[in-house]
Each structure stands twice: as structure tokens, then as C-alpha cells.
Design a protein around this ligand. Structure first.
Ligand code: PMP
Length: 410
């Protein structure tokens, strides 16, 4: 069918691919545009962005002056700039998530890593287990390749791995992939326990399922002890596809992340990426590489951990003071988010409706149903504590309480 450029057509008449109906979009991302268009003062707990003051801007400006030259204006190697691969692998050697250069491919942020994983592993109709609640941009990526999702419950120790065999048995099929966010999960802030990490690896092997291990927040632990990554527990495991990003630890606008896969899979990852964007943004890669090479990352992360712990503690205290037992909140040991569940009378409130009222009162969050592919959790919501100072957070929670009171009275 030829496209008639001179008439306006409804989408129904366009020769769309079958998969177009599975492109569900992102409520999380749409809230960025929605908030950008608001002119009144809003306390922004919605987006999972680092605080402006958490971005080492002056150092980036200094580095940019050094790395913006002709060699960063050309095409680079698909797998990533050698200086970045080396700096990254050297840095990770001292963490709970070590790797090696033959495993790493640099990507345009974590989202591209998720897309690569799904492009390589997911056929239309394949079952993919996702956490409930989950980062719905991740589940949307699986949907965009035609996956059927199974939402598996989570608790304080992350994905309830013990629940998976029964859920899977009910489908009569084996899952192709298990999508997990093991550390300080987006959105609930919970962390997969060591015992469950082992169980998850065992089940993945029993079913021959790939584990898409999405961990943007692992380096942001501010309480408790680091747990070994799935990779560290099962070194060289070909079923692990690890997705990482600099978005939360440096800046999302850089669009630099990486995937860590079995070396035998790496060429396929590179081929898939070549069909998407050839190579990742070179200036961004050089800025990150030089920042690490100058030795700035450790100090930077140490500063973030102190500040994010202060912000998390202050937000929990503010919640206790202003909302008391009207809500229960998770208590993350790192990362960006905590998850509020409305209690008692307040559980009658729909957080989808509360969102509108709260926005009018000057506070924004992500309603629970936006974080579940099937729209569960209408009595819950996600708050990002990382980007708001304690003083602003207190104002935000006072506004949230006003919005809750208005919804209850409605
Ligand atoms: N996975 C999770 C769990 C995330 O929270 C995010 C960012 N919100 C991403 C992936 C995407 O990361 P990026 O911005 O680097 O694409």
C-alpha cells in the first residue's frame, strides 16, 4: 500500500505492524511532559532523576572542553569507546559487580540494554515474568516484542521467588525470561535477598530462562551490606543478561549505560545494536570515561550515598509526622524510591484520582497502577526521595495530605 502524503489518515487505515498495538507507552515518561507544562509550584516526587545538585556539572564542563574534538564527532566502535570500557571495568573490579572487557557493550542508557535483551531473546507470545509492581518501561519493552507478561508478587525481600513455580505451572509453559530489578527496586525500593538470588538462579536453570538483571541503583547503597550481584553468584552464567546505566549515578541526559553478557553472546548484542544506532553518543562516553579516569567516581558516589540517606530518612520522618498511620512506607537501603500504601479509610482513595488533586495542590508522584502492567496498586504510589531536599519534601507531604483529605471528603 502506498502512503498518501496529501491526505490525513486515521491510524486505523495505516498499514501498521501487528506489534504497534503492543507499544503501550510510558506513564512515567508522560508525567515528565505533563509536569514540564505546569506553571504553578510543584514538589516533584514523580521522576526518578538525580537531584540537579547531584550532577558534577563543573567537572563535566571542564572535561567536555577537553573531549569535544573531531575524534568525538565521528562514528565510534559499536561495543563502546576503548577508554570507557577500560575505565569502567577497572572501576567495577572494586565493587560487588565485577566484570571484564569481553563481556561489556556500551549502550544508550539502561533502556537500550533492556531493548537489546528483549530483541535477542523474546519471540511474540513468549512468557516473561515481571515483578509486581515493576518498572513499567521495562515491562513495556518486553511487550513491544510481543511478550505475554506474568506479574509475580514482591515483598520486603524483593521478588517472591518461591511463588514462581506455581505461577508458571498455571500457564503450562516455561517463561522465556525473568525481568528483575534486584537492588532498591524501582518502584518499591526493596532488595532481593541473598537466599532468593540463589533460588532465582536455580529456577532460571531449571526452565532455561534468561534473567534480565536490571540494576541501575546497585552502587547507591547507603545502609546495610552490599549483596553479591547475580553475576558474582554465578560467574560466567550464560543465562544472565545484566543491564546497567550511568543515568542514576552520573546523569540521565548523558544516555550512557552498558550491558554485561556472556562473551559468546556479545557479537549478537553488537549486531543488534548496529541495527539500532550503530554506536553510543561519543562525547557522552568520553565525558564518563574521563570522569572515572580522573578518579572522581568513588568520591562522587560516597557523596550521593550520604545525601540520599539523609533525604530518605527525612522523608520517612516527615511521613510519620504528617501522615502517621494513614500510610505505610517501605524503607529502602539505597536507590531513589519508596513505596507508600494507603491504610485504613485512606485505602478507599484511588491514587490515580489522587494524582490530579495532588497536582492541583502542588505535589507530584507516580500512582501505583502506572507501575503494574495490569494496573494493580490503586491504593499505592511511588515517591522519589533523591531529587527533593528535606525542606521541600516536607512541603510536598503537607500538600499530599491536603490532597488526601480532599479526596476522602469528595
Ligand atoms: N531500569 C530501571 C529499573 C530504571 O529505574 C531506569 C530509569 N528510571 C532504567 C532502567 C532506564 O535507565 P536509563 O535512563 O539509563 O535508560
Amino acid at each position: 500500500m502506498t502512503v498518501d502524503h496529501f491526505s490525513t489518515r486515521s491510524q486505523a487505515t495505516l498499514p501498521l505492524a501487528d506489534r504497534a498495538s503492543d507499544l503501550v507507552g510510558s506513564v512515567i515518561d508522560s508525567s515528565t511532559s505533563l509536569l514540564a507544562s505546569q506553571t504553578h509550584d510543584i514538589v516533584r516526587f514523580a521522576m526518578g532523576s538525580p537531584a540537579d545538585e547531584a550532577v558534577p556539572l563543573e567537572e563535566f564542563q571542564d572535561i567536555a572542553a577537553q573531549v569535544l574534538n573531531h575524534s568525538s564527532m565521528t562514528y565510534g566502535a559499536t561495543e563502546g569507546e576503548p577508554v570507557l570500557l577500560k575505565a569502567l571495568v577497572d572501576y567495577l573490579a572494586g565493587t560487588s559487580d565485577p566484570t571484564s572487557e569481553e563481556r561489556v557493550t556500551i549502550t544508550a542508557g539502561g533502556m537500550q540494554g533492556l531493548d537489546l535483551a528483549c530483541k535477542i531473546f523474546i519471540n511474540p507470545g513468549d512468557l516473561v515474568i515481571v515483578e509486581s509492581p515493576t518498572y513499567t518501561n521495562g515491562s513495556a519493552t518486553a511487550l513491544s516484542y510481543g511478550a505475554e507478561l506474568i506479574e509475580a508478587p514482591t515483598d520486603q525481600d524483593g521478588l517472591i521467588v518461591e511463588a514462581l513455580p506455581e505461577l508458571v505451572a498455571a500457564t503450562g509453559r516455561k517463561p522465556k525470561a525473568i525481568y528483575t530489578i534486584p537492588n532498591f527496586q524501582n518502584p518499591a525500593g526493596v532488595t532481593l535477598s541473598l537466599a532468593r538470588r540463589h533460588q532465582l538462579l536455580e529456577l532460571a536453570h531449571e526452565w532455561n530462562s534468561v534473567i534480565i538483571d536490571d540494576d541501575p541503583y546497585g552502587l547507591l547503597r547507603f545502609e546495610g551490606d552490599d549483596l553479591p550481584s547475580l553475576q558474582a553468584l554465578s560467574p560466567g552464567d550464560p543465562l544472565l543478561f545484566s543491564v546497567r546505566t550511568f543515568s542514576k549515578i552520573l546523569a540521565p541526559g548523558l544516555r550512557v549505560g552498558w550491558v554485561d553478557t556472556d562473551p559468546a553472546l556479545r557479537q549478537l548484542v553488537i549486531n543488534a545494536k548496529q541495527a539500532m544506532d550503530t554506536c553510543t553518543n561519543l562525547p557522552g562516553q568520553h565525558i564518563v570515561a574521563e570522569f572515572i579516569r580522573r578518579g572522581g567516581l568513588d568520591n562522587h558516589l560516597a557523596g550521593l550515598r550520604v545525601e540520599y540517606k539523609r533525604r530518605k530518612d527525612a522523608l520517612r520522618e516527615t511521613l510519620r509526622r504528617h501522615l502517621g498511620d494513614r500510610v505505610s512506607a517501605t524503607d529502602p537501603e539505597g536507590g531513589f524510591f519508596l513505596w507508600l500504601t494507603l491504610q485504613g479509610e485512606d485505602a478507599r482513595i484511588s491514587t490515580r484520582k489522587l494524582f490530579e488533586t495532588a497536582l492541583a495542590e502542588g505535589v507530584a508522584f507516580i500512582p501505583g497502577p502506572a507501575l503494574s502492567p495490569s494496573g494493580k496498586f490503586d491504593d499505592a504510589l511511588r515517591l522519589c526521595f533523591a531529587s527533593t531536599t528535606p525542606e521541600r519534601a516536607e512541603e510536598g507531604i503537607i500538600r499530599l495530605r491536603r490532597a488526601m483529605d480532599r479526596e476522602l471528603a469528595a
